[in-house]
Structure formats: C-alpha cells, structure tokens
Ligand binder design. Structure first.
Ligand code: HEC
Ligand code: HEC
Ligand code: HEC
Ligand code: HEC
Length: 126
C-alpha cells in the first residue's frame, strides 16, 4: 500500500515536470521561416537552446517572444506563436515587417553586446 502511494507520488512529480519539456526546443538549428515563399538566402543559423544558454537568455523568453515588441514585458509572452502571425512579410501599415523583425531583433542585440554575428554570411551560412 505505502509502496503504491510512493509510486503515485513519483508519477505525479513526473507529470508536473513534463510540460516544461514541451518548451525545450533542442531541435531548432536554423531558421527557415516558411512565410518567405521564395527565400533568397540560405536559412539563418540559430541553435535555439544552445544560443540562449550561451547568451544567458534562458529566463528572457519574453524578450524575443514578446506580445508587443515596442514594450516587451516579462509579465507576458508569445511562446508558441510564430513571429509571422504578428509580423507580415509585406507590412504596409507602418508596422515592423517580418524581415525587419528578425534582422532588428537579432542584430541589435549582437551590436549592443559586441558578440554574435552581424554580417550576412555569418548568419546565412552556405
Ligand atoms: C544575426 C543574423 C542575421 C544577419 C547578420 C542577417 N540575417 Fe538575414 N535573416 C536572419 C533571420 C533569422 C531571418 C529569418 C529566417 C529565415 O527565413 O532565414 C533572415 C531572413 C532574411 C531574408 C528573407 C528570407 C530569404 O532568404 O529571402 C533575406 C532576404 C535576408 N535575411 C537577407 C540578409 C542580408 C542581405 C543580410 C546582410 C546585409 C542579412 N540577411 C543578415 C538573420 C540574419
Ligand atoms: C534570441 C531570441 C529567442 C529567445 C531568447 C527565445 N526564443 Fe524561442 N524562438 C525564437 C525564434 C526566432 C523562434 C522561431 C519563431 C518562428 O518560427 O516564428 C523560436 C521558436 C520557439 C518555439 C517554437 C518552436 C517550433 O518548433 O516551432 C518555442 C516553443 C520556443 N521558441 C520557446 C522558447 C522558450 C521557452 C524560451 C525561453 C527559455 C525561448 N523560446 C527563448 C527566438 C527566441
Ligand atoms: C503576438 C504578436 C507578436 C509576436 C508573436 C511577435 N511580435 Fe514582434 N512586435 C509585436 C508588436 C505589437 C510590435 C510593435 C509594433 C510594430 O513594431 O510592428 C512588435 C515589434 C517588433 C520589433 C520592433 C521593436 C523595436 O523596438 O523596434 C521587432 C524587432 C520584433 N517585433 C521582432 C519579433 C520577432 C523576431 C518575433 C518572433 C521571435 C516577434 N517579433 C513576435 C507583436 C508580436
Ligand atoms: C538579447 C540578445 C540576443 C538576441 C536577441 C540574439 N542574440 Fe545571437 N547571440 C547573442 C550573444 C550574447 C551571443 C554570443 C554568445 C557567446 O558568448 O557565445 C550570440 C551568438 C550568436 C551566434 C553564434 C553562435 C552561438 O549560438 O552562440 C549566432 C549564430 C546567433 N547569435 C544568431 C542569432 C539569431 C539568428 C538571432 C535572432 C533570431 C539572435 N542571435 C538573437 C545575443 C543575442
């Protein structure tokens, strides 16, 4: 009986921890956003989990996955919503286009931190 309870407790802990694994994106190694229908460049190198560990961004998911990039806040995030849901390829309403969204987000931080690639060929590696 006690043994059985202990087993139940162990599996509850496992279930409680498991959803976190769903957010682990060890699989992303490069970005090839399908919203760009005729890509001009090779996909951008981006080892999601490794990058965010190296750059100490693991507790700042909300910075990239913001709800409003003009005012990113740790209180809300858009994890699971593709950038292209909010940033159109052909943004003609003055909002940030999908290309600019990627380029500004990636390059602004690399420039500021003086770390990470800033030339075309370093990200779009052939
Ligand atoms: C810090 C990394 C980075 C740098 C530097 C960078 N890009 Fe990109 N670029 C991206 C990401 C991320 C995307 C969106 C993902 C994708 O589809 O490749 C993208 C998308 C693109 C796209 C739209 C998709 C396509 O292939 O048509 C073009 C065009 C492009 N970049 C050209 C350039 C050019 C030209 C330069 C240099 C002036 C450059 N990029 C520098 C990261 C970068
Ligand atoms: C440096 C920017 C950045 C940070 C920080 C970041 N991500 Fe991402 N993440 C991205 C980009 C870019 C994509 C691809 C978005 C797209 O396809 O529209 C992505 C995709 C994802 C996806 C969807 C993956 C898929 O297979 O479609 C999940 C889930 C995710 N990230 C979770 C997280 C979590 C959790 C954190 C914090 C631990 C985090 N991200 C931190 C940039 C970032
Ligand atoms: C839920 C909607 C939403 C998602 C998803 C989203 N954004 Fe944004 N983003 C916004 C809004 C709203 C703004 C402010 C209006 C604008 O600039 O278009 C913004 C602005 C930006 C800006 C300009 C901010 C500035 O300070 O200049 C960048 C860069 C950006 N987003 C990049 C990204 C990238 C890259 C992704 C995917 C990793 C992403 N966004 C996902 C809503 C979103
Ligand atoms: C908030 C800051 C920040 C943002 C946003 C960011 N990076 Fe970085 N990136 C860094 C830092 C810091 C490094 C250097 C990490 C180190 O010291 O190894 C880096 C390194 C890299 C490297 C070198 C290899 C590696 O993984 O360390 C690549 C490739 C890269 N970034 C691509 C991108 C792309 C593509 C985006 C946009 C989707 C992006 N980064 C967004 C901070 C950022």
């Amino acid at each position: 009986m006690y043994r059985r309870l202990a087993l139940v407790a162990v599996s509850l802990v496992f279930v409680a921890v498991a959803p976190g694994l769903v957010h682990s994106q060890g699989d992303i190694e490069f970005l090839a956003d399908p919203a760009f229908e005729n890509p001009q460049r090779p996909p951008a190198v981006f080892h999601h989990d490794e990058h965010n560990a190296n750059a100490a961004l693991e507790d700042q998911c909300w910075y990239c996955h913001h709800m409003d990039g003009s005012n990113p806040s740790p209180d809300e995030d858009s994890i699971g919503i593709p950038c292209s849901d909010c940033h159109a390829v052909d943004a003609d309403d003055g909002s940030t286009s999908l290309l600019m969204a990627y380029h500004i987000q990636c390059q602004r931080c690399h420039t500021k931190e003086k770390k990470g690639p800033i030339t075309c060929g370093e990200c779009h590696v052939r």
